[in-house]
Design a protein around this ligand. Sequence first.
Ligand SMILES: Cc1ncc(COP(=O)(O)O)c(C=O)c1O
Length: 443
Amino acid sequence: MVPNVQDVINDKRAAACYGGEMMNWSLSNFGKNYSQHTGINELMDDLGTAMSGRKTYRMLGGGNPAHIPALEAVWRSAWTQIADTPEHLERVLGNYDTPQGNPDFLEALATSLSVRYGWRLGPEHIAVVNGSQNAFFYLLNMFQRKSSGDEPAEVLLPLAPEYIGYADQLLPGTCFRAIPPTLELLGDHRFKYHIDFDQLHLRGTTSAICVSRPTNPTGNVLTNEEMHRLNALAAEAQIPLIVDNAYGAPFPDIIFNGATPLWTEHTVLVMSLSKLGLPGTRTGIILGPPELIRAVAGMNAVVGLANGNIGQAIATPLLHDGRLYDMSQQVIRPFYEQKSRQAMAWLDDALTDSLPYRIHVSEGALFLWIWMEDLPISSRELYQRLKQRGVLVVSGHYFFYGLESPHPHANECLRLSYAQGDNVVQEGVAILAEEVAQAYANG
Ligand SMILES: Cc1ncc(COP(=O)(O)O)c(C=O)c1O
């Protein structure tokens, strides 16, 4: 018999009364790992709440890309074309793809990248995953250290601070080792981190090197020379250099200093459709040797059968006619470069010369990284105070994991995104400046 609605409601109330909200089962270590507090969960929760419009926040927190009208018109028209082509929509919505990805998408991407960069690349070098975040969960856990022994394998992060989203992705038996940066002070209010190659030593326990380029959180872009040095280290140790190209060239190309992508036999290049403006399609892309690609496809099959195919269906014709690349260079890059300059100018005005702040040079991605030297409160406390005032940012301490000793910048930095509307960013920056001044004056 189908229960009536009131019975169901009463049942739920009864469940709540006798503690039905509490679970009687125990979580395994695997389950516990993902139910504890993590920076990425806090960030995505803040982001989702702000973007849902249910609470009014100035969203300078997570990495949601901007809604750029010229791009949205392209997505709409690509979508309409899929819907209007006989059987196309039915195929996209009604069929599973192979675990490696949609064959038309793989072919279009391989061909267009080979033409652009002269890479010897075929579909067998590419796997699609459900977002590049998913790619890192696979990749950071999938390589073997060179030496034997009981110590954990380590993923080497050549430049701390590094992307918050890797921090909680390692399975037991692997850890991060991050190398503190060297610091270049530029003028009164700018600075830049560099890789400290003198401290960057690979060990037998190192299983992979991983960098984001452009770097999230700082907006740094490792130079071509730095990339070649990392590539040479990886080649010598026979381990992969995993490069997170979520903001990089050729799409979305949020790079302001002309740096070009590197893909070699020692490199695994990870790309994404998210920062083009398609994060909801969850489309990540891994470029690597065919043996690795087969392993990734196998993981996709076991973990999720296949990938979401809507992003691939939208992107395929835009790869064929080159529009995905043209839009990146002609629309996306200038859009973010202008927004970065504007946000920096607002910050300089609001923070004024009287405060000891420095902003990392902005060479790419969607973020500004602000260092407040000798800040009397922690960056976490500053995050909380800003949230109370309706401004979401990300506390700097989340980006300093894997270090052998604490870094002073962990408690003196904030990451803010400049991707949202100008009013939102300008108001957020003004409130941020008030809170920073207040913290320096009164703790
Ligand atoms: C550096 C970096 N890598 C990877 C990701 C994951 O993005 P997605 O899973 O949407 O491709 C992000 C998202 O913000 C990021 O900033």
